[in-house]
Design a protein around this ligand. Structure first.
Ligand code: RNT
Ligand code: ZN
Length: 429
């Protein structure tokens, strides 16, 4: 028995033909779904590669309300190791991708460079690599894991010097993102998330929110002349974090208002809501007003734990909703998880392929038939057909998609990850 073996090409072709017939009975064009799925870019977060550590010489500290747990050996220690890992990861992933960098992955040649002094040149290694690999880049200012974030406040800090420092960092990040967009020839999505908030019962909830507006207004000031076609800014809300259980300055309501009034992209992270909230249900509401959204796929277990994404109902329902609303081109899709307890290459491959599977599942939905039944009041029939979709031969379509993209089907990528661990990762001690 070989648990990682996949069917051979001939069998995959045969299974695919059978699957196509099955989906045709509910009016789904499977070939078109496969092509559309492969074309959706997924932005690979760089921070799973080293457990959200970053490459700074002395600035970084722990904290900021996010935490990777585990001690699995082999994390990348510098840009070259990380880029090698991404090449291995990308070889196992079907479809279009981008790489999503955080500012503290700057390469400063052994020099300490303050976050507010970062420049595009500190990312030239990444830009050269992206151009050689033919993929786009996204970016994030790093407003956490820093002495100036230790109080739990950054852009909304009561101290003006600390606020100014982070405003300068935010502006530096926008200039870097603009430069990246120009250099790689496609827009760079620049996502702003701050950890600001209070552990317990703040007496002033208005003040920090007002200061956050003022700081962001300086960062997003038109007078800076940053090209919005190259640097596409997004803002990410959160419900709570470690150390900000009671109060998060940048809440959902805060950012919905802010993004709409400032014409920014709103970012929805699947780990940033109460467990009974459905992110999938927010999409059709927000897209009445927003042009675009940014989605961070993640998997919260009991809290915003950032477990590796799986092909579960939460992720499926997001892409089902987007497919049903013909709105896949109105979202930027990015990953956000970090697990330091398993092989990190495997973590990337599992989570990215799960996200791609969810996109495919959405595109294979018999939306027209279901909506027709609903219009006709045949709600029982609609529910029954929805339920039957779970038993459709999805795996056969997925395997063909992997083959079409020249990547290993099913679990047959695992031996390659084991080989890379043996040859590369296990030597990092
Ligand atoms: C934190 C946010 C944010 C970060 C990354 C590292 O809760 O989800 O997106 O995970 O910026
Ligand atoms: Zn996120």
């Amino acid at each position: 028995m070989n648990p990682y073996a996949a069917a051979d090409d001939t069998q995959i072709e045969k299974d695919y033909e059978v699957a196509k017939d099955a989906y045709a009975t509910v009016g789904v064009d499977v070939d078109a779904a496969v092509d559309a799925c492969l074309a959706v870019p997924i932005s690979l977060h760089c921070w799973q590669v080293d457990d959200v550590g970053g490459f700074e010489i002395s600035e970084s500290t722990d904290g900021g309300g996010i935490m990777a747990t585990g001690n699995y050996p082999g994390r990348a220690r510098n840009g070259d190791e990380a880029r090698g890992d991404f090449e291995q990861v990308l070889a196992l992933l079907p479809g279009a991708h981008k790489l999503n960098l955080h500012a503290f992955y700057a390469e400063t040649g052994g020099q300490t460079v303050a976050r507010d002094a970062l420049e595009p040149s500190h990312f030239s290694g990444w830009m050269d690599w992206a151009n050689a690999a033919g993929i786009g880049l996204d970016f994030n200012p790093t407003y956490f894991a820093h002495p100036n974030a230790d109080d739990g406040y950054t852009l909304s800090h009561a101290n003006a010097d600390i606020r100014d420092f982070w405003v300068r960092h935010g502006i530096a990040a926008r200039r870097i993102a603009e430069h990246m967009g120009r250099t790689v020839g496609q827009p760079c999505i620049n996502n702003h998330w701050v950890p600001d908030g209070a552990k317990d019962s703040p007496a002033d909830r208005f003040g920090p929110r007002q200061r956050l507006v003022e700081s962001y207004d300086r960062i997003f000031d038109d007078a800076l002349g940053i090209d919005a076609a190259l640097c596409v800014d997004a803002v990410e809300s959160k419900l709570f974090g470690i150390g900000s259980e009671d109060y998060v300055v940048g809440s959902m309501e805060f950012y919905t208002g802010y993004a709409l009034t400032r014409k920014l992209v709103q970012c929805l992270d699947l780990g940033h809501y109460h467990p009974t909230e459905q992110v999938s249900d927010k999409i059709s509401a927000l897209l009445q007003y927003h042009e675009k959204l940014l989605i961070h796929t993640s998997r919260p277990i009991r809290w915003d734990s950032d477990h590796v994404v799986l092909f579960n109902d939460d992720v499926r329902n997001v892409f089902l909703e987007l497919a049903r609303g013909k709105a896949l081109d109105r979202v930027y899709v990015a990953l956000d998880f970090f697990d330091a307890s398993i092989n990190r290459i495997a973590a990337y491959v599992i989570g990215t392929r799960a996200t791609r599977k969810a996109i495919l599942a959405g595109l294979l939905d018999p939306t027209q038939v279901l909506q027709g039944l609903e219009r006709d009041g045949k709600l029982g029939q609609k529910l029954a057909l929805m339920e039957e979709q779970r038993c459709m031969p999805f795996g056969a379509v997925w395997n063909q998609l992997c083959r079409k993209a020249g990547t290993p089907p099913a679990a047959s990528w695992i031996p390659e990850v084991e080989r890379y661990e043996r040859d590369v990762l296990s030597h990092r001690v």
